[in-house]
Ligand binder design. Sequence first.
Ligand code: FMN
Length: 289
Amino acid sequence: MSWVSIEREKCEECGLCSSVCVRCFSKKDERTEAFANEDNCNLCGHCVAICPTQAIVHHRMDMKAFIDLDDRDKIEKEPFLKFLQRRRTHRNFLAKEISREVMETLFDACRLAPTGSNVQNVEILILRDRKKIEKLIDLTVDYYRKLMPRVEKKVERFKMGGKPIPPDLQWAWDRSRRYVTLLKILDSGGDPIFRGAHTILIFHSTPHTSTPKDNSVIAAHTLALTAMTMGLETCYIGLFEAAYKNHPPVAKELNLPAGHEVFSVLVLGYPKFKFLRAVDRRPLKVAWA
Ligand SMILES: Cc1cc2nc3c(=O)[nH]c(=O)nc-3n(C[C@H](O)[C@H](O)[C@H](O)COP(=O)(O)O)c2cc1C
């Protein structure tokens, strides 16, 4: 049986369902037929969302979720661009706790983010346990502490052999000198990794799925932008992601579900400071072919 049925008394044969989904709908003798199943339907819900007469019923989806949308809620271009201009990475947070209710709203917004093939399998691990966070900071800094001499040794070998340094090693070398700052911050009692934030969000999923990295980053950014509307700010933490991938003790301490990997990391909190100005950014290089 098809996962989708068409209520004939409501259907006006406008053809919108088959226009938005060629995989699950086709026309036979001037009549639209639905044949959605596990081979062709990815539960995107487009067919139900587009039908002007509510003639489509999806039996694998919660029909109550298909609430009417109103053009009055539409965000205008100028306020939206200003909102994007206001987004900043924050690295200083207040100790103020984020309520469960606020967190639930953020997770709800995250569900709305698109995923490749609509797999919807991004998960979030919320770190709030101070002891665990401190352990992860130490392990992450430890990774960078060990990385610096390793990179330096490799560079020396190339230099002594009179060979040009390969671009990836040059990049690692340029970066690794910056890691000295991490050690300095840690030694002076600061948190160079999670920036003192009390809430850390680890976006993870199995790697054996459609576009896991993209899914996680889009989910994270959806959450980050939603957070701004509630007075919260964020910072992505690529430093932790790299340590997780390359330093097994970090992965062991994080203890994700078996087979899962980290694809994006955000810290979240009420900001200590307010940016007063927008910032300069290079023009985007765009080619028209
Ligand atoms: C994928 C990604 C990873 C990042 N990782 C870190 C990080 O580990 N630590 C940090 O302090 N900032 C990190 N940042 C923040 C960037 O440094 C910041 O976005 C950049 O300087 C531009 O500033 P803006 O976000 O205010 O525009 C990261 C940003 C992105 C997009």
